[in-house]
Ligand binder design. Structure first.
Ligand SMILES: [Fe+2]
Length: 204
């Protein structure tokens, strides 16, 4: 199976407000760890005996059980880091879609922060194909528990303690506020236009 190459986010050093360079550097090291584990799983799967399967424990079973953790740990961190580096504002199209789904931009932020305060894990904004609108999705406990099937995230907030504890310790609310000052709306708008908006148009 093909491996995945960890992306570089060195350009974010010194560019974030309220997320320090040591915090960012530590977080990037953890991200690289997820990529390493994903590649390790993918490398081992083809040469692990498929007879070694068992609900309690089996080498093949365990690799398959942990694969979504490393996979989503990789994808969600890239969504998070790609969406940082303050630039632009929400596009009129995205703003309208947020208002349709949540009533107002501020109501979306309020709900997004409430999700973030509810667990350690991830908060996503993305396209919900079932309700045919944007929705917040809380991933809790690990990187895959709670993810809506078919959901297309355009924005990811890491609310694991490792994302903010160096800078904020137990003041998680301050980290949630800092996150909103660092969004790269240019990238997020493009994601919305490319994925979610296309899904919306196709469903009409
Ligand atoms: Fe993280």
């Amino acid at each position: 199976m093909a491996g995945h190459v960890a992306k570089s986010y060195e350009h974010l050093q010194g560019k974030l407000q309220g997320i320090s360079n040591p915090q960012l550097a530590a977080h990037l090291t953890l991200y690289q760890g997820y990529v390493k584990k994903l590649n390790e799983i993918w490398e081992k799967l083809p040469r692990t005996d498929r007879a070694l399967v068992n609900y309690s424990f089996g080498d093949y079973s365990e690799l398959r059980r942990r694969e979504p953790v490393a996979y989503n740990g990789t994808v969600l961190h890239e969504l998070y880091f790609d969406g940082l580096g303050p630039d632009g504002q929400p596009s009129p199209e995205l703003k309208k879609a947020i208002e349709t789904a949540f009533g107002s931009y501020d109501a979306w932020v309020q709900d997004f922060k409430a999700c973030g305060a509810s667990a350690h894990g991830w908060v996503l904004l993305g396209w919900d194909p079932l309700r045919n609108q944007l929705a917040n999705n809380l991933i809790h406990g690990e990187h895959h528990i709670g993810l809506f099937a078919g959901y297309q995230p355009i924005l990811a907030l890491d609310v694991w303690e490792h994302a903010y504890f160096l800078d904020y310790q137990t003041k998680k609310g301050d980290y949630l506020s800092a996150y909103f000052k660092n969004l790269n709306w240019k990238t997020i708008n493009e994601r919305y236009a490319r994925g979610a908006a296309a899904a919306h148009a196709a469903s009409r």
